[in-house]
Design a protein around this ligand. Structure first.
Ligand code: PLP
Length: 355
């Protein structure tokens, strides 16, 4: 398996990960995602460089694959016979994929309501045991924490430190591509694992002399699910952005630490602004993300409109693909009208009748 032409995160970043000879080189082709310029956003906001990290290009369509690669490999190394997680959908899809790849039975606990159909479909087709519960993500996490005390069961939520070890590889890639850490990093915050992992990654790279500076971390929660911003857990988190619909983040303290150590901020953005960023990314940049992912760009719009000075070079993390939830796109795009099947009618509908 070594020396594959497109190595996964374990092989590429071995020296920065807690892996050794006994760790299986598990990969589904995760990582090495594109970092592209957003010229339309740059013009609109007057920011010198806006870069988008396209984590939706991971094999299951979200950044979760980076963390699951390492968490699953370490669990197998340590003798686990089953994986379990609670999920708003993307962790479930990714855990199910790595479970399938490694032949490890995987249980995924999801809220019975509000999980995007594409994510459930993935978990099912990969063969995970999918258990919808009558409760929230936070309730699910309580259940799986208890179940994970049984021998041989590996909890692969982002409370598992190997998840964050794997996820920090996205920060490594950003620095490897830009040659330096950006001035600011904009990122959605749900369970707060990813903001923690990026900060850990930037710091590790700085200590290793791979970058001279650290970025200012800018995290964004949805205003109906903003416990860190409000300073207390939210009982009934509510937002269109289901992947960040979390009322009591597991990595709360570490996210606050990343914010404070980087002299950064964690702010709330409204669902309206999240939808605006979602539409704008698709229509002006050609990038179709899921609603939660658009929170990073919503945050950039929010700060820019609020008159905040934006750094010269910023990266927005786009955490997952829009294809997971086509229903959301249909709801937030203009509805096409049906016309007769002839050239005139179609030309008229296209607005080309006078061409
Ligand atoms: C998991 C997830 C998030 C939130 O990441 P946290 O580590 O929970 O803060 C955001 N967007 C998408 C698409 C996700 O799957």
């Amino acid at each position: 398996m070594n020396g594959s032409p497109r190595p996964g995160v374990i092989e590429r970043y071995r020296e920065f990960l807690p892996v050794g000879e006994a760790t299986p080189n598990l990969t589904i082709g995760e990582g090495d995602t594109p970092l592209i310029r957003a010229e339309s956003l740059e013009r609109r906001l007057g920011v010198a460089e806006v870069w988008l990290k396209l984590e939706g290009c991971n094999p299951t369509g979200s950044f979760k694959d980076r963390g699951l690669a390492v968490a699953a490999a370490k669990a197998i190394e340590e003798g686990a016979h089953s994986f379990i997680c609670a999920s708003t959908g993307n962790t479930a899809a990714s855990a199910a994929a790595f479970g399938a790849r490694s032949g490890t039975p995987t249980g995924v606990i999801i809220p019975a309501r509000g999980v995007a159909l594409g994510k459930v479909a993935q978990a099912l087709i990969y063969g995970a045991r999918v258990i919808p519960i009558q409760g929230s993500f936070d309730d699910g996490l309580t259940v799986v924490r208890a179940l994970a005390s049984r021998p041989g069961v590996a909890l692969v939520n982002s409370v598992n430190p190997y998840r964050l070890d794997g996820q920090q590889t996205a920060a490594f890639e950003v620095v490897d591509t830009l040659g330096e850490a950006p001035d600011e990093l904009f990122i959605p915050v749900g369970n707060a694992g990813n903001i923690t992992a990026y900060w850990k990654g930037f710091r590790a790279y700085e200590s290793a002399g791979r970058s001279r500076q650290l970025p200012v971390m800018r995290g964004f929660q949805a205003s109906g699910a903003a416990p860190i911003v409000e300073g207390e857990p939210v009982g009934n988190p509510d937002t269109v952005a289901s992947a960040i619909r979390i009322g009591n983040p597991a990595n709360w303290e570490r996210a606050v630490q990343a914010r404070d150590e980087s002299d950064g901020t964690i702010e709330a953005v409204s669902d309206e602004l999240i939808v605006e960023a979602y539409q704008l990314l698709a229509a002006e940049e050609g990038i179709f993300v899921e609603l939660a992912s658009a929170a990073s760009v919503a945050g950039l719009l929010h700060r820019s409109r609020g008159g905040e000075v934006i750094g010269d070079r910023v990266v927005c993390v786009l955490t997952g693909t829009g294809l997971k939830d086509p229903g959301a796109a249909v709801r937030h795009a203009p509805k096409p009208a049906e016309v007769e099947a002839n050239t005139e009618a179609v030309a008229e509908a296209l607005g080309w009748d006078d061409l």
